[in-house]
Every structure is written in structure tokens, then in C-alpha cells.
Design a protein around this ligand. Structure first.
Ligand code: PMP
Ligand code: GLN
Length: 391
């Protein structure tokens, strides 16, 4: 485990939030909404703390999660994805998707093996692969439109690959993988005896009506080799609640459970209870949230374009990417420092989300900055104003 690479610094998200606070910058770095989740959901959690209808509300939840949550996840997966899961054996609650990702990687990435991901990737994948004693290998998404390059993926996967890490909808590009792309990954994983973990935390936040989220578990041939990870944090704007879950075949979930029980064991029953209510009936929240996110994306996108920071067109999620090449020769990290300190807008350099030493300094993935648009109108307007006046 490489301490220097993974353990010494706080994550890029925390460092960016600290920089935003110290410069009084608008924080478009760390991906958390600055509006609360819906009041009825907050009320459900608050009342669950003082009521015993969920079992002892302030003591350990069952290690695999409250049955009510697992049942609600199963119903939701059947309704939206046509995937039938046994809540007793195929779904396990975790302390956020973060713990689900860690437990899955620790369960399936054998020491000395390779773990494959697309680049850029969510930072915890590399840290957890290192904890497992495995090597993370990245296959860059295409430079033009951030789609998976399946020829490059086919060339990279081998019998040394223990685990493939997918993320759809993808952070930070907003790419939504198509069923055909997922099918090819499943086929290649089968051929090389690799398992798949698919991180689907942005599954409810599809902003482009032409696109559709497909869970890995809905892909033919995936059910015996793949687990999906999701979370309530983004869907209900409650990132601090840390209610996540892992889904898949009972034999795979059982292995992940074996690790998870020694990480957190379990977490907050009242939050799990409230999330179960939200999954059963979102009371129109998700469609309103998608409209707000779309409006914020378009507003920020136009403001970035106006100052020469060329944005991509994310089909989903919280983030957009801006290419800084036209505006500056600085590298992405130096540009983000300048942006926070002198312009008053905090963002994340994409070089923090790739295996940086595998890419030359002028590679397109190192000329990109990630902006979070999951922020209220005032924050987006203020950021737009500062970009226009100070850049
Ligand atoms: N995966 C991705 C791709 C994420 O962006 C995040 C954080 N937002 C997580 C996992 C972690 O999710 P959670 O907050 O539920 O632990
Ligand atoms: N997932 C969030 C992001 O991508 C950050 C989560 C965290 O701070 N660990 O910005």
C-alpha cells in the first residue's frame, strides 16, 4: 500500500473545499448540493429517531441493512430496470457507496492482480485497489466525446485482471454508458474470468431525455459476475447521510458482506428508514431535481463558454468538464489554484482523477477542470459573474 500516494493528503475534494473557504470562493469543487433534500424526507428521518417502528432506532441496524430499505431497493430496481433481486440475499446496505466500493474491491481484487477502470476515475478506486495490493490500470475514455474505447479496453484486459470498475453515469464526464457498451465489457470480462463492479450513484440523475441509465445488472450475462453499487446521497440531496447499497448475485454479495462487516459493520437505521420511504415514493422530487440540475448545467455551461473555457455536454450527474487549453498554458492543478485564489471560484483538476503518471503533461485529460453544477441559482450566478469579470 503506497502511503505516499494515497494516505498522506486529504482527498482532492476536501482540499478544494478548504481552498474555497479560505479564499471565500464559490465552491464548484466538491460534489454536494447546497440545497437540502426534501422536507418530508428529513422529517421521516427525524421522526424515525424517536420511534421504535423500525426496531431500536438508535442502536445497530442489521449488518446487511434494514429490511425496509432492502425491500424498497428491490422494488425500485424491478420498476426502473426490470431486474428482480431478492432483498434478503441480493441487496446489502452500506455506509454510502464509498463503503460498498471499498468492500467490493477488497473482496474481489486479489493481491498482485490488475484492476481495470476507465479514465478519469473516481479517486477511491485507486486507493482501494492499493489497499487490496492490486494494481489499478486505466483505459482513457475517448478524447473527443468521453466514450469508452472498447478496442483499447479489449487490449488492456487480460487473465491478470481480477476486477473491472465501471461508473455509469460517469463522474466527472457525465457519460452514460449504452447497453451495447456494457454488453461488450461483460463479454470481455467473461472471457478473462474477471468480475465487474459498476458504480451507479448518479443513476437517477439523467438530464438528457434521449439517454437512459442501464444498470449493469440488466445486461444479459452480467448477473453471475457483476455487482452494482448505488447510494441515496445524490438522488435525494443527502450526501451526509451515507446510505448506500450493493446489489448482485447472493454468492457475490455474501463475499462483499464478509468484508463490509469489518469496515463499519452497519450504520444509521433512521437514515436507512427514511431513504426507503423516498425510494417507495419520491413525491415528484426527482423530476424537479433533474429540471433544476439541467437549468444549472446550462447556465454554468454558457458562462464558461463565454470566457473561453470550453465545456462538454454531460448527459447526467453533477459535473461538467471545461477544457482550459484556449485560455491558459498552466496545468489544470495550477489553473484551479489561480481560479480559487484570484477569481473566487473553486473547481477540481482532472489530473487528480487519473493515474497521472501514465499521461504526458499535455494530454487532453490533464487540460480539463471539473465544475460541479449541483448548486443553487445564487451560487451559479455568482460564479458566472466572477468568471466574466475576473478571468
Ligand atoms: N462514486 C462516485 C462516482 C461518486 O461521485 C461518489 C461521491 N459522490 C461516490 C461514489 C460516493 O458516494 P457516497 O457519498 O454515497 O459514499
Ligand atoms: N463524490 C464527490 C465528488 O465527486 C465527493 C465525495 C467526497 O468528498 N469524498 O465530488
Amino acid at each position: 500500500y503506497d502511503q505516499a500516494a494515497h494516505a498522506v493528503l486529504p482527498t482532492v475534494y476536501e482540499r478544494t473545499t478548504a481552498a474555497a473557504l479560505s479564499h471565500q470562493a464559490v465552491n464548484l469543487g466538491q460534489g454536494f448540493p447546497d440545497q437540502e433534500g426534501p422536507q418530508w424526507l428529513l422529517d421521516a428521518a427525524a421522526s424515525a429517531i424517536t420511534e421504535s417502528h423500525i426496531g431500536p432506532p438508535n442502536q445497530y441496524a442489521p449488518g446487511t441493512g434494514l429490511p425496509a430499505l432492502r425491500e424498497a431497493v428491490a422494488e425500485d430496481m424491478l420498476r426502473r430496470q426490470g431486474v428482480s433481486l431478492d432483498p434478503g440475499t441480493s441487496i446489502m446496505a452500506t455506509t454510502g457507496a464509498t463503503e460498498g466500493i471499498a468492500a467490493t474491491i477488497l473482496a474481489f481484487a486479489t493481491a498482485g492482480s490488475q484492476v481495470l477502470c476507465f479514465e478519469p476515475h473516481y479517486d477511491s478506486y485507486g486507493a482501494c485497489a492499493a489497499l487490496a495490493g492490486a494494481e489499478l490500470v486505466g483505459v482513457p475514455l475517448t478524447a473527443e466525446d468521453f466514450r469508452p474505447n472498447l478496442d483499447a479496453f479489449a487490449a488492456a484486459i487480460s487473465d491478470r485482471t481480477s476486477l473491472v470498475l465501471l461508473n455509469t453515469p460517469h463522474n466527472p464526464t457525465g457519460t452514460v454508458f449504452t447497453a451495447a457498451e456494457l454488453e461488450q465489457v461483460v463479454e470481455l470480462a467473461h472471457r478473462h474470468g474477471a468480475l465487474i463492479m459498476c458504480d451507479e450513484v448518479y443513476e437517477q440523475l439523467i438530464l438528457d431525455p434521449e439517454q437512459q441509465h442501464r444498470s449493469i445488472l440488466s445486461i444479459p450475462g452480467a448477473s453471475d459476475i457483476a455487482v452494482a453499487v448505488s447510494s441515496a446521497g445524490k438522488s435525494f440531496s443527502v450526501t451526509g447521510w451515507k446510505v448506500g447499497w450493493v446489489m448482485g448475485a447472493p454468492a457475490l454479495i455474501n463475499q462483499v458482506r464478509g468484508v463490509k462487516q469489518f469496515l463499519s459493520f452497519s450504520s444509521g437505521p433512521a437514515f436507512q428508514w427514511a431513504v426507503a420511504q423516498g425510494l417507495r415514493d419520491d413525491q415528484g422530487y426527482l423530476s424537479a431535481l433533474r429540471s433544476e440540475l439541467t437549468e444549472a448545467r446550462d447556465h454554468l455551461s454558457a458562462a464558461l463558454d463565454e470566457v473561453g473555457l470550453r465545456p462538454n455536454s454531460p448527459g447526467a450527474g453533477y459535473f461538467l468538464l471545461a477544457d482550459i487549453s484556449e485560455l491558459t498554458d498552466l496545468d489544470d492543478a495550477a489553473f484551479c489554484e489561480l481560479l480559487a485564489a484570484q477569481v473566487g471560484v473553486a473547481a477540481i483538476p482532472v489530473s487528480a482523477l487519473i493515474i497521472a503518471d501514465q499521461f504526458p503533461r499535455n494530454h487532453r485529460l490533464r487540460r480539463l477542470v471539473r465544475f460541479a453544477f449541483c448548486k443553487d441559482r445564487h451560487s451559479i450566478s455568482e460564479a458566472a459573474k466572477r468568471l466574466q469579470q475576473r478571468l
